[in-house]
Design a protein around this ligand. Structure first.
Ligand code: PLP
Ligand code: COI
Length: 354
């Protein structure tokens, strides 16, 4: 079905200088869960929300969130990348934090409504930018005891974004965080709870100040195996004369990245081998990977050129892949962006009309 073309991108934004920071838009959508059911929701022309001071999200961190992107495609239409996958993950996070889950259909409807009311904020086709959607589920209503909230608020706000890390897809230096464990062995590392992020801030901010834009966490129990970056999944590529292998760590404590799941499908479509397995950190020290990257909705595919742990810096790959994205991740990035921009066919049905 062909739809009328959405409004053009607003001229009030300099699309070439977008980073990953707040930009005012028309507003957000908001739904309330009360007396056992979700309401019809509303579009709110405000960037602020009002809530009770005793809301459990404020006092006890009873909240979870998601990150999704919408793109202005080659045919002029706007589409959202895999909101169904994020809906499922938010249900998982909500259950871990004892929150009313947002049904998948309502989650997708909310994303569509948020985009539909902000069409002029979707960056131009091919600009490299996207409209970032931030679904947020909050335990609201007054409850000062340690009990689940009496009410829940589900919000989807949007922000036009460009690159997450300064320098775009230029390779970055990484620091391993050894003095702090992000996710306890039987903890909440696989859920997208705000509480997983606040304690990392001190370490990631220190690392940034020391020149490492990205931080890596090892498994909390033994500090021997790779878990994930503070903001994204760890992915790596090895090649032999026979085959290229896409590797990703298997761990109960990492977020099941929608980007990583998509890269796995693309890697398989290229005929590459895919290894989802425990990855000892020694494999980095032994230079087992020609390419390493951080992948995520915000990070997209950010190549990693070095990883430093306890004063030992390991350069990844060769001087070429340390200077620019390597050939393996470039192929994956091109395929992924091609589907997101509508330059390539979408055989997996990833792109949902907004
Ligand atoms: N891991 C962490 C800790 C994240 O915050 C993110 C970002 O969402 C990811 C991985 C990547 O997940 P996704 O590709 O679904 O955005
Ligand atoms: C995302 O990639 O969507 C995230 O939520 C990462 C966040 C730390 C910015």
């Amino acid at each position: 079905m062909t739809h009328a073309l959405p409004p053009a991108p607003t001229s009030s934004i300099d699309w070439d200088s977008l980073g990953f920071k707040w930009v005012d838009t028309n507003g957000h959508v908001k739904y309330i869960f009360k007396d056992g059911k979700w309401d019809q929701g509303e579009f709110v022309r405000d960037s602020y929300i009002k809530m009770h001071v005793c809301a459990p999200c404020l006092n006890y961190g009873q909240e979870c969130f998601e990150g999704i992107k919408a793109f202005r495609c080659k045919d002029g239409q706007i589409r959202i990348f895999r909101p169904d996958a994020n809906a499922k993950r938010m249900i998982y996070s909500a259950e871990l934090a004892c929150m009313a889950p947002v049904p998948e259909a309502l989650f997708i409807e909310a994303c569509e409504r948020a985009v539909a009311n902000n069409l002029e904020f979707v960056p131009p086709y091919g600009s490299g930018g996207a409209l970032y959607l931030r679904p947020l589920l909050l335990g609201t209503g007054p409850e000062i005891g340690l009990y689940p909230a009496p009410e829940f608020t589900f919000i989807v706000s949007v922000i036009p974004v460009g690159n997450f890390y300064k320098g775009g897809v230029s390779p970055v230096d990484c620091l391993v965080v050894d003095s702090f464990d992000r996710a306890a062995p039987l903890g909440t590392g696989a859920a997208k709870l705000g509480g997983n992020y606040a304690p990392v801030l001190r370490h990631s901010s220190d690392a940034k100040a020391r020149g490492y834009p990205i931080t890596l966490h090892l498994d909390s129990k033994t500090h021997t195996n790779i878990d994930e970056f503070s903001t994204s999944n760890f992915v790596a590529i090895t090649s032999s004369t026979e085959t290229t292998t896409f590797c990703a760590p298997e761990s109960p404590s990492i977020l099941n990245s929608v980007t990583k799941q998509s890269l796995v499908q693309l890697a398989k479509s290229f005929g590459w081998a895919v290894e989802n397995r425990v990855i000892p950190f020694t494999e980095v020290l032994d230079n087992r990977f020609e390419e390493i990257a951080a992948c995520g909705t915000a990070a997209v595919i950010t190549p990693v050129k070095s990883i430093e742990r306890q004063g030992v810096k390991t350069l990844i790959g060769d001087s070429k892949s340390q200077a620019a994205i390597g050939p393996g991740f470039l192929r994956l990035f091109t395929a992924m962006r091609g589907i997101q921009n509508g330059d390539l066919e979408d055989p997996y049905g990833w792109m949902q009309p907004a």
